[in-house]
Design a protein around this ligand. Sequence first.
Ligand code: ADP
Ligand code: MG
Ligand code: MG
Length: 255
Amino acid sequence: MSTLQITDLHVNVETDQGTREILRGVDLTINQGEVHAVMGPNGSGKSTLAYTIAGHPKYDVVGGSITLDGEDVLEMSVDERAKAGLFLAMQYPVEIPGVTVSNFLRTSKTAIDGEAPALRPWLKEMRAAMEKLRMDPSFSERNVNEGFSGGEKKRNEILQLELLRPKFAILDETDSGLDVDALRIVSEGVNRVKDETGLGVLLITHYTRILRYIRPDFVHVFVNGKVRDQGGPELADRLEDEGYDRYLAATQADA
Ligand code: ADP
Ligand code: MG
Ligand code: MG
């Protein structure tokens, strides 16, 4: 069984005002096949955690560790992390002018597998995945995310998930800005990959809405750079009712 383990992770960022500690000792362990929801207020460091796992150079790890099946993830380059089975669906997917969705996907698949997939079966697989996500086939020849609506960008992230088949996926607010139909389609995509491959999921969200489609095994409350509480799905409902006030008050000391 695969395990992604984050231990006492401390991360700084350089800002115009100097160095800021964003992550203040994050502990989180995700096993294959588990869904972990991370909920917390804006600015608490959730995307920083996502980017740090993926290897964004802006985030300076000053303490703690991230391991994947015992291997030191922090020693790996971004592409080594992807090859090792880590996947990030970004909160704000970037546009890649001049690169079509089709090219992007095949190049990514080739990089991750170490060899190009045979063309015909690959195209078939890509079209089938797009159909399941209710994406028009014409999207494959459009430039990545260029002129895509918010919902189309999020679907395109899940299309990558379906085709690249990672061990662990970090979904950073993949549900934000989706209407009910798109939310269901995107959630079904995540569940499909999970059922077929035993994907482990770190699901960052503000809303319990998506948790009705993708049932979390654990819910973590993330406030001020750290996991402050954890529980089962019922914790998500309580957070939606009560907000984060009681956690914020308790963390004032280390702000
Ligand atoms: P969340 O995803 O929980 O809303 P973020 O991780 O995006 O939070 O941001 C946490 C804090 O770190 C915010 O105060 C944000 O302004 C700051 N921060 C994040 N990334 C950077 C960066 N690249 N440069 C400067 N500040 C950053
Ligand atoms: Mg945010
Ligand atoms: Mg964020």
